[in-house]
Design a protein around this ligand. Structure first.
Ligand SMILES: Cc1cc2nc3c(=O)[nH]c(=O)nc-3n(C[C@H](O)[C@H](O)[C@H](O)COP(=O)(O)O)c2cc1C
Length: 236
């Protein structure tokens, strides 16, 4: 395989869930966020915002009200840096408004562009953190309470919280975790479903994994999230 320093960072990255209490410099944080901004962005709109959450009261409220998974709570409490990754159309809409340009955003483009832009930026941030010796882990469950986050963090309409990125100095050194073999995920010209043997092989790499977590959202919770998305301007 080809090797260089960028690929080394990519291939050695793994989620880190134990952090030292050591602080992280503002310069490091700004570098990570700037790296996020360098990701490709549809129509150069940068439809994202990143909220650094440093206030302990706000952190506590978010943990208590959005995260039930014990081990996730633990590393959230340890992580010195929390960056909430949001899709943000509010800034772009205002930018167009002040130029008297009517915005043509529709629900489909807001959904697709917003999520793709923010996700690409988020991964750049993860890799930037890794490249300067920091560890990180995402927290997905925060998206189950979009309105609560909007209230706590004063998010305007058309800003949607997607995922939280926790960053810190690693206090563990796990190995990179297995992935599907390339022959299974890389298709040429047509999709080919993996054979049973590949499925069984893969299953052996996934011990301790609870298939139900976190996808089994209770029906009422799913309905609540969808309603809140609409109230926040995303009719997804
Ligand atoms: C959208 C998203 C949400 C995630 N949420 C959590 C989480 O709430 N708790 C957690 O421990 N890990 C979380 N993770 C990390 C994944 O579990 C991890 O990336 C996956 O197990 C693969 O491991 P690796 O990152 O070490 O390769 C999340 C990752 C993503 C992309």
């Amino acid at each position: 395989m080809i090797q260089n320093s960028t690929l080394k960072t990519i291939f050695e990255r793994r989620s880190v869930r134990k952090f030292k209490s050591k602080k992280i410099s503002l310069e490091a944080i700004k570098t990570i966020v700037r790296a996020g901004q360098r990701a490709p962005t549809a129509c150069r709109m940068e439809t994202y915002s990143f909220i650094l959450i440093s206030d302990n009261e706000k952190r506590k409220q978010i943990i208590q009200k959005t995260v039930s998974h014990g081990p996730t709570r633990e590393f959230m409490e340890e992580a010195p840096i929390w960056i909430l990754i949001c899709t943000d159309f509010a800034r772009q809409i205002k930018f167009l408004e002040i130029q008297n340009i009517k915005n043509d955003f529709n629900e489909t483009s807001k959904f697709m562009l917003g999520i793709i832009d923010a996700a690409l930026a988020a991964e750049n941030m993860v890799l930037a953190a890794e490249s300067i010796g920091l560890g990180s882990c995402f927290v997905g469950s925060i998206w189950t309470a979009p309105k609560l986050l909007a209230e706590i963090l004063s998010l305007p309409k058309n800003v949607l919280p997607l995922v939280l990125l926790c960053i810190g100095h690693p206090n563990e050194n796990p190995s990179p975790r297995p992935r599907w073999p390339l022959k299974v995920i890389l298709h040429e010209n047509e999709y080919r479903m993996p054979d049973d043997e590949s499925m069984e092989e893969y299953q052996t790499t996934r011990e301790n994994w609870n298939v139900n977590y976190p996808y089994k959202l209770p029906r009422e919770l799913e309905q609540k999230i969808r309603k809140e998305w609409i109230e926040l301007g995303f009719n997804i």
